[in-house]
Write a protein that binds this ligand. Sequence first.
Ligand code: UDP
Ligand code: MG
Length: 324
Amino acid sequence: MKKNLSIILPCYNEEEVLPISSEKIMGVLLDLINKGKISNDSNIVFVDDGSSDKTWTLIERLVDSDSNHYNGIKLSRNFGHQNALMAGMTSQVDKADMIITIDADLQDDIAVIEDMVDAYNKGYDVVYGVRNNRDSDTAFKRKTAETFYKLMNKAGIEMVPNHADFRLLSQRAVNTLLSFPEKNLFLRGLVPLVGYPNTKVYYSRKKREAGESKYPLKKMISFAKEGLTSFTILPITFVRNLGYIVLSIGVIYTIYTLIQWSKGAVENGWSSIIITLWLLGGFQLISISIIGEYIGKIYWEVKHRPRFIIETNLTGEVKEDHER
Ligand code: UDP
Ligand code: MG
């Protein structure tokens, strides 16, 4: 029997790019259906992550035009890219044998979707889309990304370099992924923890088809949203900065005291006491702030807030985060 595929596209204010991407991605889906690689009831699912433009109207129109192959899910507000992906996967996992997630701007190469499906048919549960170049990125983004992957690897976090959220997951891999309860979602780090046979397909990433990157804007929105809670995180930052200041003063003072001491200009014992005092003070403040960062994370986890809230599902039932 042919397997069912769901392609999930998170959309946040993507009215400019949606008409182009929906057509292109539908082309790929129909091609795969015609080639007999996936079942005829495979579909494309748009997750509207609380857009404020015409994104949802466009999605509704698409679903109206072909509700067998399009589905639309609307979140009750903006939950962020990663949560939108979780919402999409949660709603599709019961019927989809495999799920592909891809950005709505189609910066990733839709031509390799077929390779992903082929890999699935060969028995792979996880197929990572990996960029083989970063030409479309600025030098700054390339450098920061490289440093980031190096740091993560050093910290023992197994990640696939140059892989973003373009991947295929089998039904059992999605089910396993959905059983991870954490709220601070970072799918790139989580998916490797799922295990199962996995492989990579390579492609070159293009520039956005239309519209603008939602990330700078998104960051600003989340800043505003978290304005209320920031007082719980600001003191930690304050303590950390204070730690740096105290430590710097400590270092300067150490040098000064040692010079004074070598001239015999200070009382016995005074130098060692004053140096220890300042250096230890600085180290302690920094240590406290590091512990604070972790406590901050625990604080978010214990709340058990839903990671997404689905308001509407145009062709299926509305599922909640805790139903998994
Ligand atoms: N996105 C989302 N919610 C957000 C921000 C972004 O669903 O709060 C979606 C966005 O519509 C796109 C994908 O996540 O499909 C990646 O965003 P974008 O292309 O802006 O990021 P970039 O490619 O610039 O890193
Ligand atoms: Mg993009």
